[in-house]
Structures are given as C-alpha cells and as structure tokens.
Design a binder for this molecule. Structure first.
Ligand code: NAP
Ligand code: ZN
Length: 379
C-alpha cells in the first residue's frame, strides 16, 4: 500500500503555539519564509489542511509566484497542486476560499460527513471513508487514485499530531518564529498523544530573515505489522548497502540494518562484508550488536532480501540468527526466489516464531538491482 512522501510544514511561536486566539491569523513567518513555503508548495502534488484551519484562517493555499506555476505547466503538471482537506463532520463553509481558488479539490470525510458536505453544496470531490477516518486509507487513496507522490501538510495541530503519532510523516519542516503567544487557549503545534520514541534526525537548519527553519526526519520503526514512514527510509538504506557487496555469481547481494524502537541505528552490514566470502548481511549486522543488548527485543531488522531459512555455509540461517538475537520484527523488500534454495521461506520461519514480517514491495526493484545477473529480468 504505497503512500505519498508526507512533509509536515508549520510555523510555531517560541512557546509552541500555531496561532493566538484573536480573530485574525497570527503572522508567524517572515516574508522570505512565505516565499520558501511558496516554493515548497510548487514542488508538491498536493497540499492538505484540516477543516479547523479552513474554518479559522480561510486560506487559499495557492502557488503565488507566476514563474513557479508556469514551470509546473511546462513540466506537464497541473498549474496548482491538488488541495485536500479532512473533516469528520462535513460541516464546512461552501463559500470558503479553499473551494473557489486554485485547481482541483478533494474532501476526505466520513459517510455522515459526506452527506452533510453534499447537502451544504461543497464543490469538491467528496470521498467518504466509512464511519471513521483512517489515515493509511486516505494516504493510499491519494497515492493510487490521485497519483500524489509528494504531499505537503500545512496543519493544523490536530492533523500534524495524528500523522506524527501514527508514524506517517516522512519529514517535518518547522519554522520557529521569535515571538511568544502565552495564551493556553491558543492552538498548539503538537497535542498530547503517544509519540513514537526517540529523537528525530535533524536534516537541516537555516535562518530565513528572523525565523529559523528546522527540517527533521522521524526515525522510529513501525510497530508490529504496521509500517511507518521511517521503515521506508531504513529499508532504502538496506538497499543502498546491498549495492556495496563484493560481486558474486553464487550468492545474493543484500544489505541489512538493525534499528532500535527509538530509531537508534544499532548496526548495519552487507553480504561478503570485510572479506568474508560467505557472510550474509543480517549475520554481519547482528555480529556487531552486543548479544545482551536489551534493545534487540524491540528492534527491527531491515533486510533488502527476506532473511534466509536454509544455508549450507553456516550452522544457522539468518532467520534463526534474528530469532536467537531476540528480534521480533523484520522489514524486507523482496521474498527469496528459488535461485539457490528451492522453497526457502524465511518469512514463514520468522512468523511461526511470532515475529512480524513486513514486506515493502515498493523497494523490490531497488533490492533486486545488484542481483540482476542471478535472477535475470528487465531493468
Ligand atoms: N502556524 C501555522 O503554520 C499554522 C498552519 C495551519 C493552521 N494553523 C492554525 O491552527 C489552528 C487550527 O488547528 P486545529 O488543530 O484546530 O485544526 P486542524 O488540525 O486544521 O483541523 C482539525 C479538524 O480536522 C478534522 N479532522 C482531524 N482529524 C480527523 C480525523 N481523524 N477524522 C476526521 N476528521 C478529522 C476535524 O474536522 P471536523 O471538525 O469538521 O470534523 C477537526 O476538527 C488555527 O488557529 C490555524 O490558524 C497554523
Ligand atoms: Zn542469510
């Protein structure tokens, strides 16, 4: 179920608020930063805001620079990104600027919300998602039906909080504004919730006028069978490591990373690493972890290829090494073909021992790339 790349964008006061409680929207960004936001908008396929932001701010959410719109058209893209909103109630003002400016619009809502929105005369593609709203379904729909590959989320706090606590954000772009709001009744950027553990990775800081842009990447693996956005980033790293393997005509090239539940990388490895002609990626990575590291029990092993279930070169196949290390979650891109071992079922072996095995097929081609000479096929 592929999702778009989800980029959360917000401006926040020094004390963590998105706005004050006055009738006008509080301007937190600097003019130069508004231009940066315009540039980010021009780069995405869709922009999403919650119904609360439409009610509070009546935003238009356009790409303002004519040159950026012209460039989109020249690339064969729509002049404006798709505008997306989310409402449970369907209680939206049909006269709001959101509906009457820019390009296409879509409203994701509940079955009851759809009835309400249609009765109010909302002019958009109204997509009911059942009795409640499931973010994974919404993101899959945007990807598969609307062709959205990059989604910019511009708030408000309720939306940002849900996407972050559900592990669905790929990137956070926060602008810290040098002022205080000081009113506990004002909307906060992030509300209470069970945030995935650990520290986010800082990707960039940039001063823009008197505000500071901070770009972060969440790193925490998903839980159980549910993939997080960070699972994709770690698996992409495993696929990158697979490309570093010394070439072989008799074994696969595989990369592996072991990541703690809080997003700390514990180890990484790849096939035939360090001059050992038979070492497997997961084995090489696990050998670098401490055998008694308590973090292994809740860690995830990322492997570009499904861990092996049988092998002749060592007493234990990788699926058993993973279980012996105490790891109970594995994310992989590609099930093992019958090239060297017929009917290998590392995933079955892991699952039978109670481990969750998540296959993210979006990465399959990348995982296969260094193995083309072994398996044939195009690309
Ligand atoms: N500084 C910034 O960068 C920035 C950016 C955006 C917004 N803001 C500020 O943020 C404030 C608005 O934030 P907010 O948190 O109140 O509103 P919000 O997050 O924009 O929208 C919340 C609304 O979205 C709908 N919604 C959210 N989650 C849903 C779910 N799981 N299922 C169904 N519907 C769901 C609900 O609509 P219904 O009530 O219709 O069911 C909910 O009331 C405003 O003051 C605005 O100025 C600031
Ligand atoms: Zn192996």
């Amino acid at each position: 179920m592929p999702h778009p790349y989800v980029l959360l964008s917000a401006a926040v006061s020094l004390d963590g608020y998105l706005d004050d409680t006055g009738p006008e929207r509080l301007l937190l960004s600097s003019p130069a930063d508004f231009d940066r936001v315009d540039e980010v908008r021009a780069s995405v396929d869709a922009i999403l805001v919650g119904a609360g932001t439409i009610r509070a701010d009546n935003p238009r959410l356009l790409v303002n620079a004519p040159g950026r719109r012209a460039a989109r058209l020249a690339e064969g893209r729509p002049e404006y990104p798709l505008k997306v909103t989310v409402s449970g109630s369907g209680d939206l003002d049909p006269a709001a600027q959101f509906w009457h400016t820019g390009g296409e619009k879509v409203l994701y809502t509940t079955d009851r919300g759809a009835e309400r929105a249609r009765a109010l005369g909302i002019t958009a593609d109204v997509v009911p998602l059942g009795s409640g709203l499931d973010w994974r379904r919404l993101l899959t729909h945007l990807h598969d039906v609307r062709g959205v590959r990059r989604l910019m989320v511009e708030g408000g706090g309720q939306i940002h909080t849900q996407l972050l606590t559900q592990g669905l954000a790929d990137e956070l772009q926060l602008v810290l504004a040098p002022l205080f709001v000081g009113d506990p009744a004002a909307p906060r950027l992030f509300g209470p919730g069970s945030y995935q553990g650990g520290r986010l990775r800082l990707l960039e800081t940039r001063a823009i006028g008197d505000v500071v842009l901070m770009r972060y990447r969440p790193t925490a693996p998903g839980t159980g069978p549910l993939p997080s956005a960070a699972d994709h980033h770690w698996l992409a790293l495993a696929c990158e490591l697979a490309e570093r393997c010394p070439p072989s005509d008799t074994a696969f090239s595989v990369g592996a990373v072991v990541v703690a539940a809080d997003g700390t990388e514990l180890a990484r490895g790849y096939s035939r690493e360090g001059g050992d002609p038979v070492v497997h990626a997961e084995e090489a990575a696990l050998a670098k972890t401490g055998p008694d590291d308590p973090r292994l029990a809740t860690a995830t092993v990322y492997s570009s290829l499904e861990p092996c279930a049988r092998r002749s070169s060592r007493p234990l196949p990788c699926a058993r090494l993973i279980l012996a290390a105490g790891v109970r979650r594995v994310v992989t891109a590609w099930r093992e073909p019958d090239t060297f071992v017929a009917g290998a079922d590392g995933s079955g072996l892991l699952a039978a021992a109670g481990a969750d095995v998540v296959v993210l097929a979006e990465h399959e081609e990348r995982a296969k790339a260094p193995n083309r000479h072994l398996i044939g096929g195009g690309r």
